[in-house]
Design a protein. Structure first.
Length: 223
């Protein structure tokens, strides 16, 4: 993303469904106050990565639904901006079972699937356990700096900060041979709608999917 933003010929837009108003253990700041904090944090983090266009759809944190209104709003953003590439949270093979993320991914997935095949932007989904593409983390220092801007989410970010590097190191072994000199990488699933209709998961993927499904019954993330 940072590499793309550095090229002045490219335009990047970040669209957030909510402001994360309720993602905290601190009751005193839940709601509008936390929403204002999160907006400032996201815009500051985006600026570090060279992105200035950040928009918020306006839904309330933990209340994103899958209905006609949500699908149409997401579709309007896609139709208006006409992106060549979209990055969205995984909606089918996810390992982070946050309903807002999953439903956002589903709304994006549905809209693109129903476009003419020749007009579809490339869709890459993150937080997936069925990955197809790996990109070197060339600007990992800037990425880390941007990530740590989100101080209101330290309760979640700091415990998983080391895991980010462990996964990054693991994914680096999946890079093409000519990129193996990079020690960190990110993983994504590039959506192929035809493959999704008849994909046969590997045994480890099926086991992982079952575990996530079980965890989702009592896992209630707050951001």
């Amino acid at each position: 993303m940072i590499s793309i933003a550095k090229n002045s010929n490219h335009i990047i837009k970040i669209v957030s469904m909510t402001k994360g108003e309720y993602g905290t253990h601190i009751n005193e700041i839940k709601g509008e106050k936390l929403g204002q904090i999160r907006v400032k944090e996201l815009k500051a983090a985006a600026k570090i990565e060279g992105i200035s266009d950040v928009e918020f759809v306006g839904y309330i944190d933990a209340h994103v639904e899958i209905n006609r209104e949500v699908i149409q709003k997401v579709g309007t953003y896609i139709e208006t901006f006409k992106p060549d590439v979209i990055f969205a949270p995984e909606c089918l093979y996810y390992y982070y079972p946050h309903d807002d993320h999953i439903r956002t991914g589903l709304a994006v997935y549905y809209n693109i699937k129903n476009m003419k095949k020749s007009e579809r932007p490339a869709l890459f989904m993150f937080n997936s356990y069925v990955n197809t593409h790996y990109f070197p983390m060339i600007h990992w220092k800037l990425q880390s700096k941007a990530l740590l801007i989100h101080k209101s989410q330290y309760w979640l970010l700091l415990p998983t900060y080391l895991l980010r590097f462990i996964l990054g190191f693991y994914f680096s072994f999946c890079l093409p041979r000519h990129l193996r000199h990079y020690i960190l990488a990110e993983a994504y699933r590039k959506v192929n709608f035809e493959e999704d209709q008849h994909r046969a998961l590997e045994l480890k993927q099926r086991i992982f999917g079952r575990l996530v499904t079980k965890l989702k019954t009592f896992f209630k993330p707050m951001d």
